[in-house]
Design a protein around this ligand. Sequence first.
Ligand code: MG
Ligand code: MG
Length: 250
Amino acid sequence: MITIKSRHEIKLMKTAGSIVAEVHEVMKEMVKPGISTLELDEKAEKIIKNNMAIPAFKGYHGFPGTICASVNQQVVHGIPAKDIILKEGDIISIDVGAVYKGLMGDSAVTLAVGKISDELKKLLEITEEALYAGIKEIIAGNKLYDTVSAAVEDKANEYGYGIVKNYGGHGIGRSLHEDPFVYNFRPGTPGPELKPGMAICIEPMFNLGTGNVHTEEDKWTVVTDDGKPSAHFEHTALVTDDGPLILTQI
Ligand code: MG
Ligand code: MG
């Protein structure tokens, strides 16, 4: 079922979203060669708790972290660890969710660690562009897959990136993952019609090589089959009468 948020719920989601955005601002400052992903995780948890919110991922199906920290060939769901130390030239996807008074915000960004190659810069730039191309289609009356999913797919195809098909975006509200599932490609059906009050997470995951991925032995970390790098960006966006509204911003 796709839920329609009340005005009150939207207000709380905006707060949850702004906390998530604050975490990302701090992460951007902290991500440097030499820092461990556990240090990032601990800081993210502090920020969320200082804002009277709860980390949405911690304990979700047993996930141990506040953030998902996915480095290079890791696509999503990387577990923060003190022995994962970032080094110059890496990229890291940081995904974070917060719950404020029962309502959720969820957003991800992929950051460069120091100087990265032009090839990686482009991957990050285009994956983020795909996110915004998708958000642009968060318009009442649009069929989700014909518009949002299609815009994301077109961006990957234009640059020849592999699209991760096993994972995608989702509805969000009182639960982290609600209907509908948001494909990052055209699944062959038009998809549900967008209505004001729906909140949708759009999260393209593009790879330099194949779109095929698998899960590592820790049962969480998703990596590319060919070991090539992957980028991931996400926002929570609301369908309104006046077009898309990004909730995960300050
Ligand atoms: Mg996320
Ligand atoms: Mg998400």
